[in-house]
Design a protein around this ligand. Structure first.
Ligand SMILES: *Cc1c(COP(=O)(O)O)cnc(C)c1O
Length: 509
């Protein structure tokens, strides 16, 4: 047996990281994990239309399947393994109590078509969560059904459009700061609006004069994230809110960064007309890997009547779901329906468990600790890295790549080197308003020890970059099951087959 050149082992495995064939390559026709008796011979009821050839499912034993998925899970990085400093994503710990509640009997096995009388507890739960979301944001109404932040944006902008149509106005432009998350302009465009970008000022905030110059009677609204994606509080927010209202437009707040201000700032007091809340960020429900998330949207008096169906009301005999505008208990002129059913029930349960187990004081402490942790990173890293903006930050800290100038190391190389050190990289190249952005969000659930270890690694890597070791960075990551991939090639021409150990030293892809 010869050694694989990439790993130096005979098997191509690395320690307990096992290289294995695809299930389709492992499978053997006829092998199975269960014994099923021969089906009785029945008369053909399909008029001859039936499968003529095997469909090619791999035949596998139960241990093969279990090992395959367990190995896959070990190749995955997760918040349950370590720090996940992905800025803008709020990757905080999901308390196990939430999981226990979501699986509780009577909640875990609900069906959305059950008769209302059998799901009173679930409707009460939705109503209770809605109540606390309204209290925390200082807003009079909330639409619970959106399935994520981006879906909440769609809900909010559709409500704005419906309200404008109701006023008999057709406005065509939505203002969006240049630092905005990509979903903001995408939402505005999807709703048929022209996206008009507002530049940032030198302090990383909305340029107030540039914003005012863009106002006019064709502006439907502005979409602002606060704290913004540079991790900074928009401290001219009241002026912005007054100016947009004076121009007859609506104020959409992107609430993805609500984690920084829960219990301290009520968006309703800032004149917000609608704001989505990513339960999977601020209220700790799990995310990553495509969901499920949940993005309820709080609404002002002006937008509340247009909230989508269905929604929960208190009826004479308990809670009721309003499914149609012509229901006598309907309270508004819904713009329509966003989702087949009532929203992400599992996320509602987790978010409410999180709120109730923390209490008002606990939620307020969480936002305070999130901001403290980010500022600790900023203060600890500022002598090696270059903060993009001066002053304290909110729950995340933004660096640019000036500290890598003339080193030959890019933001991408730096992020890849973090993987070898056992950390998930920070968010890279976002927001677009600074060069080579590195956006770090530690969240409140990291301990000082954990942060110190991260800080130590980041500083050591920065020193290494400055010491002229660019070549080593370009090879990173070297210790992962897969080394640095050609990002375009990996997406366009993926190699999905297992490769036997290769003594010639082709890097495994
Ligand atoms: C995460 C995020 C979104 C989108 O939310 P999803 O739940 O991922 O759809 C929008 N805006 C900002 C600022 C975000 O961080």
């Amino acid at each position: 047996m010869e050694r694989d050149r990439t790993t130096g082992t005979f098997t191509g495995n690395r320690g307990l990281q096992i290289e294995e064939k695809l299930l389709f390559e492992q499978g053997e026709a006829g092998r199975t994990g269960v014994d099923i008796p021969e089906p009785p011979k029945l008369k053909d009821r399909l008029g001859g239309t039936r499968r003529r050839a095997p469909i090619g499912l791999p035949g596998l034993s139960e241990p093969q399947v279990v090992r395959h998925f367990t190995r896959l899970s070990q190749k995955n990085y997760a918040i349950d393994l370590g720090l996940y400093p992905l800025g803008s994503c709020t990757m905080k710990h999901n308390p196990r109590l939430n999981e226990k509640m979501a699986r509780a009997e009577g909640l875990g096995d609900l069906h959305p078509m059950q008769p209302e009388s059998t799901v009173q507890g679930a409707l009460e739960l939705i109503d209770t969560l809605a109540h606390w979301l309204k209290v925390l944001t200082g807003m009079p109404a909330v639409a619970m059904s959106p399935a994520a932040g981006a879906h909440g944006e769609l809900c909010g902008v559709m409500a704005i459009r419906a309200a404008l149509e109701d006023r008999g106005e057709k406005r065509t432009r939505i203002l969006v700061p240049e630092s905005a998350h990509g979903t903001n302009p995408a939402t505005a465009a999807a709703c048929g609006y022209a996206v008009d970008p507002i530049p940032a000022n030198k302090r990383g905030r909305v340029d107030l004069e540039a914003f005012k110059a863009k106002l006019g009677d064709d502006v439907a609204g502005i979409m602002i994230t606060n704290p913004n994606t540079c991790g900074l509080f928009e401290n001219e927010i009241l002026e912005i809110s007054e100016a947009i209202h004076a121009a007859g437009g609506f104020f959409y707040a992107d609430g993805a960064n609500f984690n920084a201000i829960v219990g301290r700032v009520r968006p309703g007091d800032l004149g917000v007309d609608c704001m989505h809340i990513n339960l999977h960020k601020t209220f700790s429900t799990p995310h990553g890997g495509g969901g499920p998330g949940s993005g309820p949207v709080v609404l002002s008096e002006a937008l509340a009547p247009f909230a989508p169906l269905p929604y929960v009301v208190h009826g004479k005999d308990g809670f009721r779901l309003i499914e149609h505008d012509h229901d006598p208990a309907a309270t508004g002129k819904a713009f329509g329906r966003l989702k087949g059913f009532h929203g992400q029930m599992g996320m509602f349960i987790r978010a409410l468990a999180y709120m109730m187990s923390h209490g008002a004081d606990g939620l307020r402490q969480a936002s305070g600790d999130a901001v403290l942790n980010a500022n600790y990173l900023m203060a600890s890293l500022r002598d090696e890295l270059t903060p993009a903006f001066e002053g304290p930050c909110m729950h995340e800290v933004l660096f640019d790549d000036r500290f890598l100038k003339d080193t030959g190391v890019t933001t991408l190389d730096f992020a890849k080197a973090m993987i070898d050190e056992g950390f998930h990289p920070m968010t890279m190249y976002f927001p677009l308003v600074v060069h080579g952005a590195l956006l770090m969000e530690p969240t409140e659930t990291e301990s000082k020890d954990g942060l110190d270890q991260f800080i130590g690694a980041v500083k050591a890597l920065a020193r290494r970059a400055k010491a002229g070791e660019a070549a080593a960075f370009r090879e990173a990551p070297k210790l992962t099951p897969r080394r640095r991939l050609d990002e375009t090639g990996a997406a366009r021409k993926p190699v999905l087959r297992w490769r036997p150990p290769d003594p010639q030293g082709q890097a495994a892809e």
